[in-house]
Design a protein around this ligand. Structure first.
Ligand SMILES: [Zn+2]
Ligand SMILES: [Zn+2]
Ligand SMILES: [Zn+2]
Ligand SMILES: [Zn+2]
Length: 486
């Protein structure tokens, strides 16, 4: 650890251990907004393949273009011989193991299983000095990651054991090298420590283990943000971070109420968050916030008050005008929403997008009667509608829904949150497409102000945003001049 501590000191960082939190990463100088605090290559990583992201991806760079299958194992894909070569040291061993397993077993080869196989192969190659280690890239840093084995429930333990069995079958190593119990514990470790690798627009691409970045703790009010540039994980300061401050990112969606966030953290990471937002749990402003985000709206459609359960348990009372909303009425609408949502989701996943858009609009209408205008549930429905209209290339409708989500985003995310930046970007692109040039300039400028901090300025993604903004600005000034001449 001393070696790592020294390397981190050179980056103006230091590891401290606090009894209630374990390891924490602190700054030893101030960081400015947008400054890179730390970046790390994955110790091991694998691309995802699921319903949300069905296309195959390059094993090394996660690209979906020009892919060729490895001709030996027929399991992994590469976009170029350069990527294949970069991955070869690890994959050559994995390839031999994968080639031996039968077709039926291949079907159960999930990304988690593959990540685990890769983890043990890399450790073995390191031990045999075939794979070089560096200060940051070293199995030494995987060892101290927490696993929370004693808190994992029985059902999950059985699942880990089954997965470990499969890993063991693939590796076919002697017991002296690795055993099922150890692999099962590593699965628990990955569940709390592995990161979802996303593209610049925060769409998931894969899963990776970044043992040094894993030292960084969670806050629902984070001062830093983790983004990926290909497989490289980059943590940037979202705001000015003074010297001697703990670096904090968010592990879960921070838009929800305190109870929702705490539940997510407890379930996946086994801790109770004590960030300033969570410390407000039960206080009046936290109760109001939760009721706004996840509660019901007032019966009077003109009233924007928030509702709390009444003491007789008949329903919910508006805290602004005192009107009661009946429990049964809420239940009926909720059931209707559930029914139509299921239909809508089935239509969408089976490719009937126009049908899905009609059904989700019905859901939206019902939810507008049910929830507060700043409701997260309503926001999610509108996000889905935005996605569907983008796929249908109905830009006008897409822009409408994009604009409806923005006020909620502005409310639930910090000023410099990447999701807010991306939503402004989407709005700007749609406005540009629809000829609303001045609005496009405004939205793209807002997007740039945020994303230059969260994403840096030099990636192809950011260069594209910059050139779009320049184009929109040029057109806006051209339009202004031609108006002057008229
Ligand atoms: Zn590639
Ligand atoms: Zn192969
Ligand atoms: Zn918290
Ligand atoms: Zn009211």
């Amino acid at each position: 650890m001393d070696e790592l501590q020294k390397a981190l000191n050179d980056k103006s960082l230091t590891i401290s251990t606090l009894p209630e939190k374990g390891r924490c990463l602190f700054t030893t100088r101030a960081f400015f907004p947008g400054e890179v605090i730390i970046s790390e290559n994955p110790y091991v990583c694998v691309p995802n393949k699921n319903k949300e992201s069905p296309q195959s991806k390059c094993e090394w760079c996660f690209s979906s273009r020009n892919l060729k299958k490895c001709s030996a194992c027929h399991v992994v894909w590469y976009c170029s011989s350069k990527c294949q070569k970069s991955d070869w040291k690890l994959h050559s061993v994995e390839c031999r193991a994968l080639s031996k397993i039968d077709k039926d077993r291949l079907k159960s080869l999930t990304p988690s299983i593959r990540l685990m196989v890769r983890l043990y192969i890399r450790r073995k190659l390191e031990n045999e000095k075939i794979f070089p280690t560096t200060v940051m890239d070293n199995y030494k840093h995987v060892e101290p990651l927490v696993s929370h084995m004693s808190e994992v429930d029985e059902k999950q333990l059985v699942l880990y054991a089954q997965m470990a069995n499969l890993v063991n079958l693939i590796l076919q190593w002697p017991d002296s090298e690795v055993n099922i119990k150890e692999i099962a514990e590593s699965f628990s470790k990955l569940a709390c420590n592995a990161h979802t690798i996303c593209d610049s627009e925060l769409r998931p691409l894969g899963t990776g283990l970044y043992p040094v970045i894993s030292i960084i703790n969670h806050s629902c009010l984070p001062n830093s943000v983790l983004v990926f540039e290909g497989r490289l994980a980059v943590v940037r300061a979202m705001q000015h971070i003074p010297k001697g401050t703990e670096v904090l990112i968010s592990y879960v969606e921070i838009a929800g109420s305190t109870i929702t966030r705490q539940k997510a953290l407890k379930e996946q990471y086994f801790f109770t968050c004590t960030c300033p937002r969570c410390m407000k749990l039960g206080q009046s402003d936290d109760i109001q916030e939760s009721a706004t985000l996840e509660g019901y709206r007032c019966k009077d459609s003109k009233c924007n008050g928030f509702l709390l359960r009444d003491s007789d348990n008949k329903g919910f009372i508006c805290q602004q005008c005192g009107l009661l909303r009946d429990k049964e009425e809420i239940k009926n609408i909720t059931n209707e929403v559930k029914l139509i949502s299921e239909k809508a989701s089935t239509s969408f996943s089976s490719g009937h997008k126009a049908e899905a858009s009609v059904a989700y609009k019905m859901v939206e209408e019902l939810q507008m009667k049910l929830y507060h205008p700043f409701s997260i549930n309503l926001m999610r429905t509108r996000e889905t509608l935005l996605k569907i209209f983008m796929e249908l290339q109905e830009w006008k409708e897409a822009l409408l829904y994009c604009r409806l989500t923005i006020p909620v985003y502005e409310r639930v995310y910090p000023r410099c949150h990447p999701l807010l930046g991306l939503q402004y970007y989407m709005s700007g692109k749609l406005e540009w497409l629809l000829g609303e040039t001045e609005a496009a300039v405004r939205s793209l400028t807002k997007a740039l102000d945020i994303l230059r901090i969260t994403h840096g300025t030099l990636t192809p993604f950011m260069l594209e945003l910059l050139s779009k903004l320049e184009e929109a600005r040029a057109e806006a000034s051209y339009m202004l001049h031609s108006q002057d001449e008229d």
